[in-house]
Ligand binder design. Structure first.
Ligand SMILES: Cc1ncc(C[n+]2csc(CCOP(=O)(O)OP(=O)(O)O)c2C)c(N)n1
Ligand SMILES: [Mg+2]
Length: 335
């Protein structure tokens, strides 16, 4: 049942785009925004501005943005530890996102969770659990609830390659397959689970083949080709919405930095990192847009300037926001 979409060719090959200029520029702007916010979050952590840790998504923006960009307000996102930027794609204001990093009262959870574990119930963003693959179980439960309520909303969950070797991944897929749930499982295959390389996690080449064992659709795409991800995700989301069941979408990609900001990642060969940096999804998409006369140096600068201003305001806001009072620790919790 697993189908492979192999878009090995560069996105710049096609003469005209099937997508509207508004959509293309929207995807571009969001990718740049996610990259810039992530890089800022790394700098702030290194400067000791917030405690805890941060798990950079730089390099993986094609999957991050492509998979969640077409979601509606009433759809849900279930991010993992590495998907702080998926909250931005789902519409979280940057002020809330940076307040989350800082653990301040203006974060959606009033400073209760760790920096990169951001949820936002009003925006249908499920707080990631620290336990790997747990968000897939929670997301699948939400999808079951949506189906029982006869709603046509969908859930997009994110996880890494390592998560696909954990039992919960398979339990979630099995349940979603049985009940034909409106789920899209996005697997960001960045070739490493902390210091464990993919070849020591599984003998599979395509992680979308994991779907086969659960009777659901599996698709593998070049995760650094944002349009390949966008096309595969919108198709899977439309199927899920129409009651045709879940999909596993593997995005083949790479994380540029360590597992977290305290990991120098000495287990990776510098050549491997350099090779993947050449496949940066952003310049690749810039070329696609420039070839179609949709992007100039001036627009690029304008986009970056606007985002820089928005980030600066958000960081200032987060810094000024107060820390929660110690007495608040037992408020807004179940038990
Ligand atoms: C059950 C469990 N085991 C181990 C950990 C520690 N841990 C956190 S992230 C991670 C690696 C996950 O790798 P992957 O799923 O590939 O995601 P990536 O970090 O590459 O995005 C590990 C081992 C954990 N949080 N939960
Ligand atoms: Mg990984």
């Amino acid at each position: 049942m697993a189908t492979k979409v192999n878009r090995a060719t560069a996105v710049g090959d096609a003469p005209a785009s099937r997508h509207s200029p508004e959509l293309l520029l929207g995807l571009y702007r969001m990718m740049v925004k996610c990259r810039m916010c992530d890089e800022k979050a790394r700098i702030l952590f290194k400067q000791g501005k917030y405690a805890g840790n941060f798990y950079s998504n730089v390099g993986q923006e094609g999957g991050e943005v492509g998979a969640a960009f077409s979601l509606r307000e009433d759809d849900w996102v279930a991010p993992s530890h590495r998907d702080w930027t998926s909250c931005i794609v789902k519409g979280a204001p940057l002020k809330a996102c940076f307040a989350q990093l800082y653990g301040k009262t203006d974060s959606p959870d009033r400073g209760k969770s760790t920096p990169a574990h951001m949820g936002y119930p009003e925006l249908h963003i499920i707080t990631p659990a620290s336990t790997i693959a747990a968000q897939l179980m929670i997301g699948t439960g939400v999808a079951w609830g949506l189906k029982r309520q006869a709603k046509d909303s969908v859930v997009v969950s994110f996880c890494g390659d390592g998560a696909t070797s954990i039992g919960w991944f398979h339990e979630a897929l099995n349940f979603a397959g049985v009940h034909r749930l409106p789920m899209l499982y996005v697997v960001q295959n960045n070739l490493w689970a902390e210091s464990v390389p993919l070849r020591l996690q599984t003998a599979l080449t395509d992680l979308s083949d994991r779907a086969k064992g659960h009777g659901i659709t599996g698709v593998s795409v070049d995760g650094n080709d944002i349009l390949a991800v966008y096309d595969a995700a919108t198709k899977a989301i439309a199927r899920a919405r129409a009651g045709q069941g879940p999909t596993v979408l593997e995005c083949k990609t790479y994380r540029w930095y360590g597992h977290s900001e305290i990991d120098p990642a000495k287990y990776r060969m510098p050549e491997e990192v350099a090779e993947w940096k050449k496949k940066d999804p952003i310049p690749r998409f810039e070329k696609y847009l420039a070839d179609r006369k949709l992007l100039s140096d001036q627009i690029k600068k304008q986009v970056r300037d606007e985002i820089t201003r928005e980030i600066d305001e958000a960081v200032e806001f987060a810094e000024k926001s107060p820390y929660p009072a110690p007495e608040e620790a037992l408020e807004h919790i179940w038990a």
